[in-house]
Write a protein that binds this ligand. Structure first.
Ligand code: FAD
Length: 387
């Protein structure tokens, strides 16, 4: 079996030297994605029995952490392809065969991306403001979605829209060449500039019934089953690992900087200054609990536990917040040179800020975690008291 952590280490070494230029230009790292395809990384999570690499969630998360430390945009963009495939693969090992068609495509080199985010209204995982009008044999969709990472290179698109008659959330998959479907470069951002998270435009796109999975009724009670848990756990653990990977890279840079720098007039390196020692401690005190939480979630899942939404959301929230706090402290350790574009610190500082926006956002996580702790049914009405 392939040692995927070693492969990720090799890819990280190759990607690190061009990360600054990709960020500066805000260009999509096509060559990195091609290289990942070449070494089988983009099918690493597909079951071995179906032509993939058989990487489990722990392996995948460890790999993403390493790659994110080299080029965060490459890691985050490809995360959007890998996490869903990995979750489906875990389901396959548990007897759910529904992912087999997509595994065959991915093992054959297909890159999968998607958008669950409506351009006009943001993200609501229970419904969509993109209308899908029922017609003979399927639906017709007109609208615009946003934040579709991998848009420059994806071959197969996943998206959501709402059935205009029933209001149900539909999840559908389409080949890139589908008539009326186009990808528009709107991605000029402060952070994660190389993820190619473009808008997706639908102009009377016909989606055949066979390409549609009917999701839940937005008016019904929230559903939490093994399939949901898998998808959200693979997403949260891998996203947490990407942002912790950025923070670990920033910490390595800051530690190396202060240990190797002795300012004029000082007898010992900067690392011996009390403030630097305290900063290093603060960084470790932020990152280690988050890393321990990732490990705990992996151990509990490996033992067969079905995690609850609050467990998963707490992991994501704690990890991305810890990563951002740690990088802030790394910048302080490095000092004024930390804001120079010639050093990677300012890129880490910008990239790590994007973690808060992935679902669940901090606001949503706080509601879920708080209500779970207080034993409040998440579907209880009214959602908030009026008095
Ligand atoms: C680098 C990057 C790459 C991404 N790639 C993808 C991708 O490939 N595919 C994809 O589908 N998405 C992707 N996303 C999008 C992401 O998943 C979010 O959908 C997107 O950031 C929109 O979030 P928003 O904060 O604008 O949401 P909005 O829904 O507009 O929310 C705005 C604010 O309101 C708050 N809010 C919204 N709803 C609630 C609520 N119910 N309760 C409390 N507070 C609420 C939010 O916390 C947020 O602070 C990506 C995001 C980033 C940053």
């Amino acid at each position: 079996m392939t040692d995927w952590t070693a492969v990720a280490g090799q890819l990280a070494e190759e990607f690190a030297p061009r990360a600054a230029e990709i960020d500066r230009e805000g260009r999509f790292p096509t060559e990195n994605v091609e290289r990942m395809k070449e070494v089988g990384y983009l099918s690493s999570v597909v079951p071995v029995e179906l032509g993939g690499g058989g990487a489990d969630l722990a392996t995948f998360a460890a790999c993403q952490k390493v790659i994110a430390g080299a080029c965060a945009s490459t890691a985050l963009a490809t995360n959007m392809h890998l996490f869903g495939i990995g979750a489906a693969a875990e389901g396959w090992y548990g007897g759910d065969r529904s992912g087999e068609p997509i595994f065959a495509m991915v093992a054959d080199g297909t890159v999968v991306g998607g958008s669950l985010t409506d351009a006009a209204t943001g993200l609501n995982v229970r419904t969509s403001s993109t209308p899908a009008r029922p017609v003979e044999g399927g639906y017709v969709i007109t609208g615009r979605k946003s934040f579709c990472s991998l848009a420059p290179v994806l071959d197969f698109f996943w998206g959501t829209a709402a059935d205009t008659e029933t209001g149900r959330l539909l999840l559908f998959g389409l080949p890139r060449a589908t008539p009326g479907l186009s990808f528009v470069d709107t991605w000029d951002t402060m952070a994660m500039r190389g993820t190619g998270s473009w808008d997706v435009v639908f102009e009377d796109v016909f989606v055949p019934t066979a390409a549609v999975q009917r999701g839940t009724d937005p008016a019904g009670p929230p559903v939490w089953d093994a399939a949901q848990e898998r998808t959200f756990a693979w997403f949260a653990v891998s996203v947490a690992s990407v942002y912790l990977g950025i923070a670990r890279a920033a910490a390595r840079f800051a530690y190396d900087r202060v240990t190797s720098r002795t300012v004029t007039g000082a007898s010992l390196p900067m690392a011996r200054q009390p403030a630097q020692v305290a900063s290093a401690a603060e960084i470790e005190l932020a990152l280690r609990p988050a890393e321990a939480m990732v490990a705990d979630v992996l151990t509990r899942r490996a033992a067969g536990e079905l995690l609850q939404p609050a467990d998963i959301q707490a992991l994501k929230h704690v990890s991305v917040s810890a990563a951002a706090a740690a990088v802030d402290r790394c910048v302080r350790m490095v000092g004024g040179h930390g804001i120079f574009r010639s050093l990677p610190m300012e890129r880490y500082y910008r990239d790590v800020r994007a973690g808060q926006f992935h679902p669940p956002s901090a606001d949503v996580a706080v509601e879920t975690i708080g209500k779970a702790a207080l034993g409040t049914d998440p579907a209880a009405q009214p959602r908030w008291p009026a008095d």
